[in-house]
Design a protein around this ligand. Structure first.
Ligand code: SF4
Ligand code: SF4
Length: 424
């Protein structure tokens, strides 16, 4: 794709890199076929190729973005399916992230949108505040459910059963394999405490010492809302704090169990270009299932369980971790069944289901239909946002795959399986 930035414009921070991303696109349109919003809306401008044109024009014009451009970029899930499909290696993730930050700097959104986005940044990155807010919202869930838009989503999150941590099940083997760091997340700490506990149990059980890193949010919430400066400040603070931890107690891997966060952590090197410490954190980041797939494990599924594995977009398209979780679960004796359209997003996409509730619901229902047809007894998905979305639309127990690994290795039976029923 040809671009027409002046030499002076190309001196703007980051724009040279964006220019080379744009120039890679050959307009072939292969990406359009795997774009969930194009599938739903059938509009070229709601597919990746159309958005790339819009972003190019928006950046070249260097004026306030039009409402139409903002609308089409806002509808993008950042699911990155287009990156998996693109034969030319267009880095759409960096492009759309740049566009979101550009829009936030130059476009004044209507007041309700500004308030909602501000509230999300305030609450989601502070686990204690989120905890209090959900405790207050829980009794109000039946009323919130009748209100329009994001309130219905809040009611759905508030109604999610609190996931208990489960016991430690007593066995932490001597730390003979080494030491790893664990990023516990922000929303994850509040709504996925059981997944975090299972992750630590598994790692300790197989012989790792686990350091829980300081800090909560990886910066993804602000980053995807276009708040580039706040996200960057958070990334710098995390890298500084974690580098001090590594200096005192070196670790060989930084483990994440929320693939949305893992994708962000693996991009720290790009986000802090030129920062060796950030590059180092990015290099040693592993999704927990990716990490465990490379370790010899001695365990067996305690009961026969047919599992529909839905790869989170951030894991399959963002991190390119595709078959490792499936093979690991099969190795442990679980029966895995395929999900039709597993390459397509479930509609969760971070804060997307709060900001674009109608599109998110369409994708959630479509995913639920495919999962119901798979004939499984439970669903496994490696990202908290997707788990919450499926809790809402799927009638089967929704688990993180590491909970199944934990169970096979002697950890507690995942509490959600008590909701398990026979497949149709
Ligand atoms: S990130 Fe997902 S929703 Fe956005 S353009 Fe690419 S495929 Fe479509
Ligand atoms: S598949 Fe890649 S090269 Fe083709 S239109 Fe999409 S982004 Fe451009």
């Amino acid at each position: 794709m040809q671009t027409r930035f002046s030499a002076e414009r190309l001196r703007e921070p980051g724009l040279t890199g964006i220019d080379s991303i744009l120039r890679r696109c050959v307009h072939c349109g292969f990406c359009t076929a795997t774009c969930p919003t194009y599938q739903l809306l059938g509009d070229e401008l709601d597919g990746p190729r159309g958005r790339i044109y819009l972003i190019k024009n928006m950046l070249e014009d260097d004026t306030e973005p039009s409402s139409a451009s903002v609308r089409h970029v806002d509808r993008c899930l950042s699911c990155l399916a287009c990156m998996s499909t693109c034969p030319a290696g267009v880095n759409y993730m960096h492009l759309v992230d740049y566009a979101r930050a550009w829009i936030e700097r130059r476009h004044r959104r209507p007041l309700p949108q500004r308030m909602l986005r501000g509230l999300l940044r305030l609450v989601l990155t502070r686990p204690a505040l989120l905890h209090v807010l959900l405790a207050c919202a829980r009794p109000l869930a039946p009323i919130l459910r009748r209100l329009p838009g994001p309130m219905q989503q809040l009611a759905a999150v508030a109604a999610v059963p609190r996931r208990s941590r489960g016991g430690r099940a007593g066995i932490a083997a001597p730390a003979i394999r080494g030491r790893v760091a664990f990023h516990a997340g922000c929303v994850q700490q509040v709504l996925g405490a059981d997944v975090n506990a299972a992750t630590v149990r598994v790692l300790e059980r197989i012989g790792y010492e686990v350091l829980v890193l300081p800090g909560n949010c990886c910066g993804a919430v602000e980053h995807h809302l276009g708040a580039a400066a706040a996200a960057r400040a958070r990334v710098i603070a995390n890298v500084d704090a974690w580098t001090r931890v590594a200096a005192a107690r070196p670790f060989t891997a930084l483990i994440s169990n929320a693939s949305g966060c893992g994708t962000m952590l693996k991009d720290y090197g790009y986000l802090l270009r030129g920062g060796e410490a950030a590059e180092q954190m990015a290099r040693c980041t592993r999704d927990v299932m990716e990490f465990l797939a490379g370790v010899e494990l001695d365990g067996r599924a305690p009961e026969p369980l047919r599992v529909a594995y839905q790869p989170a977009c951030s894991l399959q398209h963002g991190q390119r971790v595709t078959l490792a979780p499936v093979r690991l679960l099969e190795r442990l004796g679980y029966e895995l069944v395929p999900v039709t359209e597993s390459h397509l997003c479930c509609g969760a996409a971070g804060t997307y289901n709060l900001l674009q509730p109608a599109l998110a619901a369409g994708l959630g229902r479509r995913k639920a239909g495919h999962i119901a047809a798979a004939g499984a007894m439970a669903v496994a998905v490696g990202n908290l946002g997707c788990m919450l979305q499926m809790d809402r639309y799927v009638s089967l127990p929704v688990l993180h795959p590491v909970q199944l690994v934990d169970w096979a290795l002697g950890g507690p039976r995942p509490a959600r399986l008590d909701e398990c029923r026979s497949a149709p």
